[in-house]
Design a binder for this molecule. Structure first.
Ligand SMILES: [Zn+2]
Length: 301
C-alpha cells in the first residue's frame, strides 16, 4: 500500500481527490477514505469506506460489500495507522455498505455501531449484527466528538456522522455525488428524506463525504440544491397529473422524467412512487385501482 506522508490536503482540494478502488486517500488527520471496487448503476464508482482516527484507536465507517480485496485494503490502512480497529460504524445496512463487517469483526473483534437491519425489508443485509445502537447523540469513543444524526428517508435505519470541528459529514446514501439518491418505498420515504436534508442544514458543515463518489464542498449549497431539485420534481408530478385522466405509475414515469434517459426510468419509477406517496399523505394526490390523479378539493368539480 502506498500512502503519502505529505500533510493532509486543504479542505478546498478534497473534491479533486479521485475515487480509486482500494487506494487510501488522506482527507484530514481524522478521516481517510478507502473506496471498494464495486462500481455500478446504484453504487457509482464504488462504495466509500472511511477510516476515522483517534489517538488510541481507529474506526471504520461502512465496511462496504463482503469483498476480499476491500477487506485487505481496509486492514492495510488500519495497520498503517498504527492503531487497533475497535469500532465499526454503519450509515445503514444496505448490501453495498455493511456486509464487509463480518470479516473485520472476525479479524479484530471490533464492535458494530448503528441501527439494526430492518427485518421486513428484503433489500437489507440482514446478516449484520449491530452491537451498539446509535440514534442521534455525540459519540466520542475516539477521543473527539462525532455527532450522530438519525436521517431516515433513503431508508428508515439511516445515520449520518458529522465532525463539527472540522466541518465534514459522512452521509452514506443520504447524499451521494454524481446522481440523486433513489428512494424506494415503503422503507424509503420522501417526506422523511426532505426532513432529514433540512436537519443537516441546522449544522455548520462545509464538506459532504458521500457513500458514493467524491467529496462535495459547499455543503449547504449541496443540501439546499438537493432540496430544490426534489421540490422541482414534485412540482412536475403535480403539473403532469393536472388535467389528465388517472394514470398508472408506469405511464407517468416518461411524463415526469422526460429529462432523464429512458434506460434510467426503471430506477426513476421508485422515486416517482415515493413522490406520489408523499402527495397522497398530504392529501394532494389519490390512487384508485392503481391509477393516480390529483386530489380534487371538496366542492370543486
Ligand atoms: Zn443504501
Amino acid at each position: 500500500m502506498s500512502l503519502s506522508s505529505a500533510p493532509a490536503p486543504a479542505l478546498a482540494d478534497w473534491p479533486d481527490l479521485a475515487v480509486t478502488a482500494e487506494a487510501v486517500i488522506v482527507l484530514s488527520d481524522r478521516v481517510w477514505r478507502i473506496s471498494a471496487g464495486n462500481p455500478g448503476l446504484m453504487t457509482g464508482p464504488g462504495t466509500n469506506s472511511y477510516l476515522l482516527l483517534g489517538p488510541e484507536a481507529v474506526a471504520v465507517v461502512d465496511p462496504g460489500p463482503a469483498d476480499e480485496a476491500h477487506f485487505q485494503a481496509l486492514m492495510a490502512a488500519v495497520r498503517h495507522s498504527g492503531r487497533p480497529l475497535r469500532h465499526i460504524l454503519l450509515t445503514h445496512t444496505h448490501r453495498d455498505h455493511s456486509p464487509g463487517c463480518a470479516a473485520l469483526v472476525a479479524a479484530t473483534g471490533a464492535r458494530v455501531h448503528g441501527l439494526p437491519p430492518l427485518a421486513e425489508d428484503p433489500s437489507q443485509d440482514r446478516d449484520t449484527v449491530v452491537d451498539v445502537e446509535l440514534r442521534g447523540h455525540c459519540w466520542d469513543a475516539l477521543g473527539w466528538p462525532l455527532t450522530v444524526l438519525h436521517t431516515p428517508g433513503h431508508v428508515e435505519n439511516h445515520l449520518c456522522f458529522a465532525d463539527l470541528e472540522q466541518g465534514w459529514v459522512i452521509t452514506g446514501d443520504h447524499l451521494i455525488q454524481g446522481s440523486t439518491v433513489v428512494i424506494i418505498p415503503p422503507h424509503g420515504r420522501l417526506a422523511d428524506y426532505m426532513a432529514s436534508l433540512r436537519l443537516l442544514l441546522d449544522y455548520p458543515l462545509e464538506a459532504v463525504l458521500p457513500g458514493h463518489g467524491r467529496v462535495m464542498t459547499g455543503a449547504r449549497q449541496v443540501i439546499a440544491g438537493t432540496l430544490a431539485h426534489r421540490q422541482q420534481r414534485e412540482d412536475k408530478v403535480l403539473e403532469r397529473l393536472a388535467g389528465q385522466p388517472p394514470l398508472a405509475l408506469a405511464d407517468l414515469v416518461p411524463l415526469v422524467y422526460d429529462d432523464v434517459a429512458p434506460w434510467l426510468h426503471p430506477v426513476a419509477r421508485f422515486s416517482l412512487w415515493a413522490h406520489l406517496i408523499k402527495l397522497e399523505e398530504e392529501g394532494r394526490a389519490v390512487c384508485r385501482n392503481e391509477l393516480w390523479q390529483l386530489q380534487v378539493a371538496a366542492g370543486v368539480e
